[in-house]
Design a protein around this ligand. Sequence first.
Ligand SMILES: *Cc1c(COP(=O)(O)O)cnc(C)c1O
Length: 420
Amino acid sequence: MEKKPFVTLEQIQEIVKTYPTPFHIYDEKGIRENARKLKQAFAWNKGFREYFAVKATPNPYLMEILKEEGIGSDCSSYSELLLSDAVGLKGHDIMFSSNVTPDEDFVKAAELGAIINFDDLSLIDHYAKLAPFQDTMCCRYNPGGEFTLQNEIMDTPKDAKYGMTKEQLFEAFAKLKAYGVKNFGIHAFLASNTVALGYYPKLAGILFELAVEISRKLDVHISFINLSGGVGVAYRPDQEPNDILAIGEAVHRVYDEILVPAGMDDVAIYTELGRFMLAPYGHLIAKVLHQKHIWKDYAGLDACAANLMRPAMYGAYHHITVLGKEDAPCDHKYDVTGGLCENNDKFAIDRMLPLIENGDYVAIHDTGAHGFSMGYNYNAKLRSAELLLQEDGSVKQIRRAETPQDYFATLDYPGLKDKK
Ligand SMILES: *Cc1c(COP(=O)(O)O)cnc(C)c1O
């Protein structure tokens, strides 16, 4: 599918008068439309709820938009819990799916009344010393082995640090029951960034069967199944984006096959999507500062891997549009780089693009999730601003760019105090 940016060169030329590049910009209209489609896809399930994975894009203004669409938050750390609290998410609006969890995180999650998802059996007795159990608690499952779809290996749970074995899960539920817990959730995350209709239905089948077995053997009430994240986006133009309506319908069929005949037709489906909710609705906008032509042709941007780590970290593909040259032939080959002293600081390698000139603006696609949030300060590079393109076309700054003083904020060193 052709990948078109949601902003034009004219819009960016206007925006940079107030907010210089680089910045991440998010498309409110796209975010809301997608959130509504997800809700529609699971409308058949009366308890359905999406818990946005805050780690993907921890910005309260975006969380607020999602909250208006009925979406809660999935937190993995103390500060993410604080963000959720600040946007007014309360109690069961929050899912706490952490691992290697510090005590203070558990205590904060309990204080907010969040649904706590235990990553390990050993954490249950540990938690008992920290905070009271609530009526509803959740456990994370790791089936081991390889996770395959149509004979293709999607991921290898046996090598993943998350979740409990089946035996441990049974023991965990028995323990929680003894602690007085009334309602139980089962959670698993078995493959990341899937662009295949089959992932959620296959995962749902595994968890639904497990739910039936647990509820029979231990006589406990399973109130929800959390399918977690993993529904991906089409980063590449040759990929077909996920059809969430078809995915919802396929999960519905598995639900009717397994849970309904077992008399468990009150089980709610939860999701914890991050990437799917926001990735396509964010661009990293940057300006071409310098080019060089040595053994290869390089276009150097004012953004770098500190603003978007995925290409450097995973070799991930992010589509790039040279704004204003959407219809020009892609007949030049570039490495598109940032300015870090790291040769992996490349947004694209051997990418065919239109002829680039210094001063051109580029939109790097699909940076709305796991983009800004994975940013870092290597080379003393500063984090960029985040902007929101609102539904009426106006732009709101939802996080300002860092200044050197932000970078020095944790240093108590006199000579740095007023440096600009
Ligand atoms: C990262 C994560 C998610 C979100 O994953 P996406 O691939 O962004 O959908 C959901 N749940 C948990 C526990 C996670 O760690």
